[in-house]
Design a protein around this ligand. Structure first.
Ligand code: ATP
Ligand code: MG
Length: 459
């Protein structure tokens, strides 16, 4: 009896008993947070309303509420409910249940896909299977809304918005933290990082994206716990890296990772990016360029991004091979494979992405020729546009002469007759290009059209 009582008292005192917060949630009215129901996407509004009309609890939750409060347009909407996946599925004709480990429902509404998940009990002792480092392998038990809030990572991510009343349900003072620009972990940060080390990367990414300061308790253990990331499955790390790099804040995120000591020896790709002596300018330029595209709502392909991040590794390996006496193009093939193989050990670069990357790299030596018939064939390559954008970055970083990039801009924009003139060896265009319509320098280097850069981040 006494032991039971003691256990209860102690477990209440433990900070990671956050899944059972002592207080009732704060109900924050629209006058205080300012999010009108029209601010959420039509699909999210329709889906939540439909579920509520059917008698269930339903809220917009997580990143979307946080972003709206911070004045950022959410990129997608998550919905949390007390309905089971089957009940949700039965409500919406255009919906499907996904996930084996923990089922969620994708509800299609117009062009949107809403992710609907049932309230889940989280990191508590029961129901969660952990590995020998304490990393949660499974936590697939339905729970109350309060438990659902407690298993989320940061206070600003545990906000529930009810469009019917325009109220925010706030279990962990997330609204106040956001107003004070603080990223705070729910519960004991050490315990929460142990359960899921990816939260360290999320801390870096979200603080950079939202301009939040990491709460000292949240920041302090990261350096020492960073090694736990080694136990995280490769595919999950890759997803997180992709999110980070395509967040529109890649430059800020990577600086934050470096500051937190999260980059070293963990992900070879990060080592490459942040510790590359000669390609540093090229890499930061490419990340800044990606950020700009993402923020302008333009598509970015992971293949293009990784091609830029790994390029100077390829260049160095290529050079070494040529010095050993290999012919140029076979040496390039070997260098490409070597660099991609090294990365593939840690990162799950899909075959499709790897083939995009190679296409872009292989086009680069072909840009060197700007006379004769060869440039016309280059122009016909399916990945020409991506290869050309890549060339612009190389020129901007000083790796190849700007005049070469200018020549290709003129050549690409010229009509067939003009092209023939440009291809003459004595053509003024081969040396001094005519005025371009688009400047491949400075911030305008980002290509205007999507071209070959299709949105493929969903891979
Ligand atoms: P964004 O979509 O902008 O990248 P997000 O916070 O919405 O950020 P998601 O991966 O979409 O990130 O996750 C949705 C929500 O699920 C989060 O807001 C958070 O409440 C919860 N969540 C996500 N990952 C974790 C995690 N590793 N641990 C605990 N909760 C998490
Ligand atoms: Mg999200």
């Amino acid at each position: 009896m006494i032991r039971k009582l003691l256990r209860r008292v102690f477990s209440r005192g433990k900070p990671d008993a956050a899944s059972q917060p002592p207080h009732e949630p704060a109900l924050i009215p629209v006058e205080r947070h300012g999010i009108r129901r029209e601010a959420i996407s039509p699909g999210a509004l329709k889906t939540v309303t439909r579920m509520q009309e059917a008698g269930f609890k339903a809220f917009v939750v997580g990143g979307a509420v946080r972003d709206l409060l911070a004045g950022i347009t959410p990129k997608d909407y998550d919905i949390a409910t007390n309905a089971t996946p089957d009940e949700v599925r039965n409500l919406f004709r255009r919906s499907r249940i996904i996930g084996r480990r923990f089922q969620i429902v994708h509800v299609m509404s117009g062009p949107e896909t809403l992710e609907v998940s049932t309230f889940r009990a989280g990191s508590g002792e029961e129901g969660a299977t952990k590995d020998e480092h304490g990393r949660i392998l499974r936590d697939n038990i339905f729970g109350s809304q309060q438990e659902d809030a407690g298993r989320r990572d940061f206070t600003v991510n545990a906000l529930y918005y009810d469009p019917a009343t325009e109220t925010i349900v706030d279990f962990h003072h997330g609204v106040a933290d956001l107003q004070q620009k603080t990223l705070r972990m729910i519960g004991d940060p050490r315990a929460r990082y142990r359960e899921d080390p990816v939260r360290m990367l999320r801390a870096a990414r979200l603080s950079a994206k939202l301009g939040l300061t990491l709460d000292p308790a949240c920041k302090a253990p990261i350096r020492e716990m960073a090694v736990l990331l080694e136990n995280v499955p490769v595919a999950r790390l890759f997803d997180e890296m992709l999110k980070l790099l395509l967040s529109g804040h890649a430059v800020a995120c990577l600086k934050q990772l470096r500051d937190e000591g999260l980059h070293h020896g963990l992900l070879p790709l990060l080592d490459v990016i942040l510790e590359q002596p000669m390609g540093e300018r090229f890499v930061w330029l490419s990340l800044a360029n990606t950020d700009e595209r993402v923020r302008a709502g333009k598509p970015v392909s992971p293949g293009f991004l990784f091609a830029t991040l790994l390029w100077h590794e390829v260049l160095a390996t290529w050079e070494a091979r040529k010095k050993e006496g290999d012919a140029s193009i076979p040496a390039l093939f070997e260098a490409m494979n070597e660099v991609l193989d090294t990365q593939a050990e840690k990162l799950a670069i899909t075959r499709r992405i790897a083939s995009d990357i190679k296409d872009i790299w292989l086009l680069q030596p072909r840009f060197d020729a700007n006379t004769g018939k060869r440039p016309l064939r280059v122009l016909e390559q399916p990945r020409f546009r991506a290869g050309y954008d890549f060339l612009l970055l190389r020129a901007e970083s000083g790796e190849v002469p700007m005049a070469l990039a200018h020549w290709w801009t003129s050549f690409m924009e010229a009509d067939p007759e003009e092209r023939m003139v440009l291809l003459q060896p004595e053509s003024p265009g081969t040396k001094k290009p005519r005025r371009r319509r688009r400047k491949p320098s400075g911030s305008e280097a980002a290509p205007e059209e999507a071209g070959n850069l299709r949105a493929e981040s969903g891979e």
